[in-house]
Design a protein around this ligand. Structure first.
Ligand SMILES: C[S@@+](CC[C@H](N)C(=O)[O-])C[C@H]1O[C@@H](n2cnc3c(N)ncnc32)[C@H](O)[C@@H]1O
Length: 462
């Protein structure tokens, strides 16, 4: 039975389902304008919203409704609010923040010659990342302007207000919390004015920005974390290319772990402390990267009480590599511990040490897929694509349900221009994900299965 507004209805009060062609067009519009693959992200909620809007607006011709949707900013934003995933918290991923505070900001400051630094939290969601940056900047006395931008206007309005619940504060020590925020009623915290003055928030679409005719190199630092994970490979490539162009010489691009493995064009990998990011080479030759500018180290939350190996994994997921290593060396023995030590070296970009660690446990590698996978990640970081491909395939030969190995195999295949095989590998990753929750959590930066599957679907729609 055909219901008004392009909805098909089973009758008798059964929920209406939007006609496929129009809904598919809506998904295509969302992907084209935002980079987000709506098939991967929140499809059910999108369907529900679309059906509700057709009914509320009394739409009889869904295609005509879609013809004008982009011109109606309020209506379009309803979809943006549903399709975007705004999960974030203060000081997410510790090692990055330590690297920013101890190395990146001092290095930028040294070169800025007194001009305020231009910093950008791209895809800032509700603002926690931008305010975390403001805390570092203020603590270091660095003159800086921080822009926070996001597609989701509601998130931006929330960021401007700067009032948070305890949930957003879960990565902070009490001292950090009290420095940055003041109580604003039961269970609520407001960012202090002295930090707000560094930050301005705007609603902006990264895809539209990346397609702008002229991008000027104006930023010293761009944080774009956990944003492109839901973009197709082609869209990600375009966006990081534009970000590279938008960086000043010596500027840094920080992305989420495992979002972009190879340096974007014009940038090089910079290993900093326990993490890595991308850096635009300096215009002049001969400048060395300043090391060891120690500033106050943020307090580190306690590890959960559990067996040493699991506790060490938990610390690694939170990028507290030094503590994880100490725990492992003191308490854990055997193949899995050796493997985790190799992974820690790899995550710290100590690639030779990682390889040595793996080589010392070659006997385990004969039977276990993980050492091959880690070996593949090391090969990839060393730009040895053929070796990395072989290593991922070996891991998958030993265990075809290793979802993250399928994922990285796909990334490599895509980089080689083998788009068909890459899509297939992303689909394999998505299928395998259901039964591979623990390895996804551990080897894919703390993601859960649902988020990982969304990332695979988005990538395979490349
Ligand atoms: C998971 S949050 C990440 C927040 C923060 N960067 C972090 O790492 O905690 C992803 C954000 O990216 C935003 N986003 C997604 N696509 C975007 C686009 N095309 N333009 C601007 N923002 C976008 C979403 O609205 C969402 O708030």
């Amino acid at each position: 039975m055909r219901a008004p507004g392009g909805l098909t209805s089973a009758g008798g009060g059964a929920p209406a389902v939007p006609a496929t062609a129009a809904f598919d067009r809506l998904l295509a519009m969302i992907a084209a304008h935002t980079g987000i693959d709506g098939r991967a992200s929140r499809t059910k909620a999108l369907r529900g919203l679309y059906a509700e809007r057709l009914v509320t607006r009394g739409v009889t011709d869904p295609m005509r409704y879609l013809d004008t949707l982009l011109d109606d900013a309020d209506e379009w934003q309803r979809y943006m609010a549903v399709v975007t995933i705004g999960e974030t918290h203060f000081f997410r991923d510790r090692a990055r923040w330590e690297a920013l505070e101890r190395h990146v900001l001092p290095s930028l400051l040294e070169r800025a010659g007194g001009r305020p630094l231009q910093l950008w939290s791209a895809g800032c969601a509700t603002g926690e990342e931008a305010y975390s940056l403001a805390a570092l900047v203020d603590r270091a006395g660095v003159p800086a302007r921080i822009a926070g931008t996001d597609l989701n206007r509601r998130a931006v309005a929330f960021a401007r207000e700067g009032i948070y619940t305890d949930y957003a504060l879960r990565g902070m020590s009490d001292a950090e919390r009290d420095a940055l925020l003041e109580p604003a009623g039961p269970g609520k915290w407001r960012v202090r004015d002295r930090y707000r003055r560094h930050v301005g928030f705007e609603s902006d679409n990264l895809i539209a920005w990346a397609e702008a005719a002229r991008i000027v190199p104006e930023f010293d630092l761009i944080l774009c974390q956990k944003v492109v994970i839901y973009f197709s490979a082609a869209t990600t490539q375009r966006l990081v290319g534009a970000m590279s162009a938008a960086l000043r010489p010596g500027g840094y691009l920080v992305m989420g772990y495992s979002e972009v493995m190879a340096p974007p064009p014009g940038l090089a990998v910079a290993t900093i402390g326990d993490t890595f990011c991308f850096r635009k080479p300096l215009a002049e030759a001969g400048e060395s990267y300043p090391r060891g500018h120690a500033t106050a180290r943020p307090a580190i939350p306690q590890a959960p009480r559990t067996d040493p190996l699991s506790a060490a994994w938990e610390l690694v997921v939170r990028e507290e590599f030094g503590r994880a290593e100490a725990l492992l060396r003191g308490h854990a023995k055997g193949g899995e511990a050796a493997c985790l030590l190799a992974w820690i070296h790899y995550r710290r970009r100590q690639l030779t040490a990682a390889r040595r660690q793996l080589a010392a446990h070659q006997a385990d590698a004969a039977r276990c897929p993980e050492p091959h996978f880690i070996g593949g990640m090391i090969d990839q970081a060393m730009n040895d694509c053929p070796a990395a491909l072989t290593a991922f395939k070996r891991a998958l030969f030993l265990d075809p349900s290793f979802a993250v190995a399928h994922y990285h195999l796909a990334e490599l295949q895509w980089a080689q221009g083998w788009h068909g095989p890459a899509r297939l590998s992303w689909r394999n990753a998505e299928v395998a994900a259901e039964r591979d929750a623990q390895r996804i959590y551990r080897f894919f930066g703390g993601f859960d299965v649902a988020a990982f599957r969304q990332a695979c679907m988005a990538r395979s729609g490349a």
